[in-house]
Unconditional design. Structure first.
Length: 297
């Protein structure tokens, strides 16, 4: 992922901001200490991107990936519209507890920019439902230049978004956050429609790193910088998540990206190990083969 990449990560202040509880009752709707769903994964399962992750001779990439992780942030659905039968193939080759988090197609978000997209939205959601019990949460990423002037479009789409397809939204235009009244308006819109507000943590766009919850789920897109600071940043996230669990966080969806994706499984394995140690989870820790094809983690 090139979004938010920087030439010199050591110059970035990676301190997580304070929680912005404009509506402090959101997490209180959950049960303190009641976190039940924890999904951690990568953004791709391609052997070409995750170099060194697959044992030598692996033919079925998704099949192997799903034995190591319990979820995937499915960016493929942003670029291509998949038929229900293809989605069924992916669904059926993964374990029962595996979840897919499909990204809304770019025709909806970037080409049409949410204008007159009721039919494409319905088509996307109909396909997403083919994941059946393995559908985690769809997510809608809006263009960098999609700002508050388009609030009416966002409100319209969320108004007819099918309730049986959970949705998170990633806002990438900083104007959504610069003005307190604008921020409160869009957060309230998300709360009314049970939409999860995506938290984006990447080196070059610290302006997008808000800490605002609009549901009792946290959907975090974490982008490492292929730098040693990537690991200490994950340590900071463990501290923040502990606080959220105490306040009532019920679901955690955490997806690890890298500017060079080959290290994403290593970062993910580290983060999952830390989650298990801190909270007593029993999440599988992914393995990755070394140069001799032996599992190294």
């Amino acid at each position: 992922m090139k979004f938010g990449s920087v030439a010199n990560p050591e110059e970035i202040d990676f301190t997580l901001p304070d929680d912005h509880h404009h509506s402090p009752g959101v997490l209180k709707k959950g049960k303190p200490g009641g976190l039940s769903d924890v999904y951690v994964g990568c953004a791709k399962w391609n052997k070409g991107d995750l170099k060194g992750f697959y044992p030598r001779g692996t033919k079925d990439e998704l099949g192997y990936y799903s034995t190591q992780f319990n979820s995937i942030e499915l960016n493929a659905t942003f670029y291509n519209a998949y038929r229900a039968d293809q989605i069924g193939v992916w669904r059926d080759k993964t374990p029962d507890d595996f979840k897919f988090f499909p990204k809304v197609h770019q025709y909806i978000s970037h080409v049409k920019r949410l204008n007159d997209v009721e039919t494409p939205v319905q088509d996307f959601c109909d396909s997403a439902k083919a994941f059946e019990s393995k559908l985690g949460m769809a997510f809608l990423q809006l263009h960098n230049n999609f700002g508050p002037k388009n609030m009416d479009r966002l409100e319209t789409v969320l108004g007819y978004w099918p309730q049986d397809v959970p949705l998170a939204v990633e806002l990438r235009n900083t104007d959504w956050f610069n003005d307190a009244d604008t921020a409160d308006s869009v957060y309230s819109l998300f709360e009314r429609n049970n939409i999860t507000n995506i938290i984006t943590d990447t080196a070059g766009r610290r302006d997008l790193l808000h800490m605002r919850h609009t549901s009792t789920a946290a959907f975090v897109r974490y982008v490492g910088a292929n730098h040693e600071s990537d690991y200490s940043r994950l340590d900071d996230w463990i501290v923040r998540i502990k606080k959220w669990i105490e306040e009532g966080l019920e679901k955690l969806y955490f997806f690890v990206h890298q500017n060079l994706e080959k290290e994403s499984p290593l970062l993910s394995a580290y983060f999952i190990r830390e989650l298990n140690q801190e909270f007593g989870f029993a999440l599988k820790i992914p393995s990755a083969p070394d140069e001799q094809g032996k599992l190294a983690l």
